[in-house]
Design a protein around this ligand. Structure first.
Ligand code: F6R
Length: 615
C-alpha cells in the first residue's frame, strides 16, 4: 500500500534517475499514481501525476530533477481517487515542506477541520496532506524542523511511514515510522536512503536499518541518526541487518514479467527453504506439541498456505488446529482465548495489518500465549510481535500475486509437521525418511514440470472461453490448492472463480453448471481420490468442461476429463501431503497465461497492492 523512497547525497549523481529506479522497484506496493520532489536552489521541484510510473516518467521526465535530495512515492489510493492532486508528495501552504507517506492518518478529518479554521488551504482529498500543514503550523509556533515533525506526529493517530523534506533545510531528510514499514541505509560519507522495502536499496547497500514503531531518523548525506519519539527524542543506536538477497532477484532478468520469473524461481526458493535450521523447525514443533489450543491465522494466499499446512501438521500432531482469517481473528476469539495457546501467523510481507493486529490483540488479552510467525521478510513487523519466527527463503517477490512465497510457506509448515512426526514417533524412522526424501524431491518435480509444460498450458488457456467463470474443486488437502489456484486466476486474469470443496459443491454451486462450464479438478492420488471420481462424474453429467490436474500415471480421472494437466510426481503415499506444493505451479501458470490472453499485466493486478497495510 504505497511505496516511499528518499535519497540525500553529496555525490554528483542524478537523484531523479535513482529515485525513479527505486519507485519502479516499489511499484508492486501501489501503481495508480506517483510523484517526486527535489530541492533546487531552496525551492521544491515537484513532478507528480496519476497513472503508471513509466507513463508519467515519459510525460514529466523524473530524471530532470537535480540537486542532492529527493523524495519519491508510488501510490495505492485510499483517501481520494488516483488524480494528480491526490498524488504524493504533498506540501504545506508555503510550498516549503514536502511529505511522502505510506499508511493512514485516521483522525485526518478532525485535524483538517482544525487546520482549515487556522487558515490552511488544502489541494487534495488525502489524509497525508494534513502532515505538511501540521509541520508548518509547528514551525510557526517556533519549533525547529525536527521538533516540528515530532509535534505534528503527536497529533496524528493511525499508521505512517513518512519522509519529510524542508526547502529551508536542504541538508536533511526526516523519516518516521509507526506501523508501516520503513528501512534506511547508507553509503558512508556519501549517500543515505530510506525506502518502504529492501529491493529499493539493495543496489546501494546490503546493511539496512529497520525502523521500529515510534522511531525517527535524520538522514544527511552518508550519515544517519536515530531517535526515540516516545522518549523525549532520545538518540538511539541501531544495528543494521545484513540482507543476503541477490540483486538479480529483484530484476526481471529477461523474463517478460516478475510473476513468470518468480514461478520459475520456485525450485530454488524451495531448495533454500529446505535448509531452514533444524533448531528453528524443532522449536516450532515442540511449542505445538506442548500447546493446549492452536490457531493459525493469515490473509489471502498465506491463509491458503495455512489451510494446507494445518492439514499436514494435524496428521502428525493429533490435535485440532483452528484456522481463522486474520481480519476475523478478534471477532471470533473475543472471550475465548485460553491459556497455553499457540498462534501460528503467516505473512509473506510480514506487514499485513490485520495479521499484525490479530497477534498484537491476542498478546494483549492473553499473556500465556506463544506467537510463531512464518514470513519472508527479515525484521518485518510480524517478527517483532511474535515470540519466534521462521524466515522463508523465497527472496524478493515483486509480482503482486504471491507465487514462490506460497510454496515456501507450505514447505515450512510441512517441515514442522515432519519434525512433529519424528518427535512424537508417529512414523517409523524408515517411513519418516521416505517422507523427507519426497519433500526434498519437490524442487526437481517442479523444475521438470516447468520445463515441459509451458506450451501446453498456453494452449489450454487459448482454447478456453474468454468470459467464462470457473469452479476450482477438490477434496481434502487439495481444497487449499483449489482455493489458491482459483485466487491466482481471479487476481491476475480477472475471472470470477469459486474455489470449493468438490463434495460440498453439490449443496448449491452445482446449480450453475451448464454445457461447457469449466471446472478444474485438483486430483492427486491421495485418500480423497476415489470419492473425487464420483464428483467429477456428477459435474460431467451436467455438461461441465472438465480440466483435471493429476499425476503422470493417472488413469481414471484423466480418462473422464476434457483436458488433463499432468504433474510429474510419483503416486506413492509419501507425496500425499505435499501436492499443495507440487500442483500449484500449474495453476499459477494457467493464471499467468490467462492474464496475458486478456491483455492484462499479471504483475499489477487491478486494484491490488502487495502489502496490505490498511484494515
Ligand atoms: C495473493 C496475495 C494476497 C496476499 C495477502 C496476504 O496473491 O498476494 O492475497 O497473500 O494480501 O499478504 P501477506 O502474505 O503479505 O500477509
Amino acid at each position: 500500500m504505497c511505496g516511499i523512497f528518499g535519497i540525500i547525497t553529496n555525490q554528483d549523481i542524478n537523484i531523479g534517475s535513482i529515485a525513479l529506479e527505486a519507485i519502479r522497484k516499489l511499484e508492486y506496493r501501489g501503481y495508480d499514481s506517483c510523484g517526486m520532489v527535489s530541492i533546487e536552489n531552496t525551492d521544491l521541484q515537484i513532478l507528480k501525476d496519476s497513472g503508471k510510473i513509466d507513463e508519467i516518467h515519459e510525460k514529466l521526465h523524473f530524471d530532470t530533477l537535480n540537486g542532492s535530495i529527493a523524495l519519491a512515492h508510488t501510490r495505492w489510493a485510499t483517501h481520494g481517487p488516483p488524480t494528480k492532486d491526490n498524488s504524493h508528495p504533498h506540501t504545506d501552504c508555503t510550498g516549503e515542506i514536502a511529505v511522502v507517506h505510506n499508511g493512514i492518518i485516521e483522525n485526518f478529518i478532525e485535524l483538517k477541520k482544525e487546520l482549515i479554521s487556522k487558515g490552511h488551504s488544502f489541494k487534495s482529498e488525502t489524509d497525508t496532506e494534513i502532515v505538511p500543514h501540521l509541520i508548518e503550523e509547528k514551525l510557526k509556533e517556533g519549533y525547529d524542523f525536527k521538533e516540528a515533525v515530532v509535534e505534528a506526529l503527536k497529533k496524528c493517530e493511525g499508521a505512517y511511514a513518512l519522509s519529510v523534506c524542508y526547502a529551508k533545510e536542504p541538508n536533511s531528510i526526516i523519516v518516521a515510522r509507526k506501523e508501516s514499514p520503513l528501512i534506511v541505509g547508507m553509503e558512508e560519507g556519501k549517500t543515505s536512503y530510506c525506502a518502504s522495502d529492501i529491493p529499493a536499496l539493495l543496489q546501494y547497500t546490503r546493511n539496512c536499518f529497520i525502523l521500529e514503531d515510534n522511531e525517527m531518523a535524520i538522514l544527511k548525506a552518508g550519515e544517519i541518526e536515530f531517535f526515540d519519539i516516545e522518549n523525549s527524542l532520545k538518540k538511539i543506536t541501531k544495528q543494521p541487518k545484513h540482507i543476503n538477497w541477490d540483486i538479480d532477484a529483484a530484476e526481471k532478468n529477461g523474463y517478460e514479467h516478475f510473476m513468470l520469473k518468480e514461478i520459475f524461481e520456485e525450485p530454488d526458493a524451495l531448495r533454500k527453504t529446505l535448509k531452514t535450521s533444524d533448531e528453528e523447525i524443532e522449536l516450532f514443533a515442540r511449542k505445538l506439541i506442548k500447546a493446549d489450543h492452536i490457531y493459525i491465522t493469515a490473509a489471502g494466499t498465506s491463509f491458503y498456505a495455512s489451510l494446507a499446512g494445518k492439514y499436514i501438521i494435524t496428521r502428525f500432531l493429533g490435535k485440532y488446529i483452528q484456522e481463522i482469517e486474520c481480519s476475523e481473528f478478534q471477532n471470533k476469539l473475543t472471550g475465548a482465548l485460553e491459556k497455553n495457546t499457540v498462534i501460528i501467523a503467516i505473512s509473506q510481507s510480514g506487514e499485513t495489518v490485520d495479521t499484525i493486529e490479530a497477534i498484537r490483540w491476542a498478546k494483549e488479552v492473553q499473556k500465556d500465549i506463544t506467537i510463531l510467525a512464518i514470513t519472508n521478510i527479515i525484521g518485518s513487523s510480524i517478527t517483532r510481535y511474535s515470540d519466534h519466527s521462521i524466515i522463508t527463503r523465497a527472496g524478493p517477490e515483486i509480482g503482486v500475486a504471491a507465487t514462490k512465497t506460497y510454496v515456501t510457506q507450505v514447505l515450512s509448515l510441512a517441515l514442522i509437521a515432519l519434525k512433529i512426526a519424528g518427535l512424537r514417533k508417529k512414523l517409523a524412522p524408515v517411513e519418516l525418511d521416505k517422507y523427507y526424501d519426497a519433500l526434498k524431491s519437490i524442487p526437481e518435480i517442479i523444475e521438470i514440470f516447468l520445463k515441459n509444460n509451458l506450451e501446453s498450458i498456453k494452449e489450454i488457456v487459448q482454447n478456453l472461453e474468454k468470459n467464462a467463470n470457473y469452479f476450482f474443486l477438490a477434496r481434502g488437502i487439495s481444497i487449499a490448492t483449489a482455493k489458491e489456484g482459483g485466487l491466482k486466476l481471479k487476481e491476475v486474469a480477472c475471472r470470477f472463480i469459486e474455489g470449493y470443496s468438490a463434495a460440498h459443491a453439490k449443496h448449491g454451486p452445482i446449480s450453475l453448471v451448464r454445457e461447457g462450464f469449466p471446472i478444474i479438478f485438483i486430483a492427486p492420488p491421495d485418500k480423497s481420490y476415489e470419492r473425487l471420481v464420483g464428483n467429477v462424474m456428477e459435474f460431467k453429467a451436467r455438461g461441465g468442461h472438465i480440466i483435471s490436474l493429476v499425476v503422470d500415471n493417472d488413469e481414471t480421472i484423466s480418462e473422464m476429463s476434457d483436458i488433463t494437466i499432468r504433474i510429474p510426481q510419483p503416486s506413492t503415499k509419501y507425496y500425499q501431503y505435499f501436492s499443495p506444493i507440487t500442483f500449484i505451479p500449474a495453476l499459477q501458470l494457467l493464471a499467468y497465461y490467462a492474464a496475458l490472453d486478456h491483455n492484462l499485466d499479471p504483475d499489477k493486478p487491478l486494484n491490488l497492492a502487495k502489502t496490505v497495510t490498511v484494515h
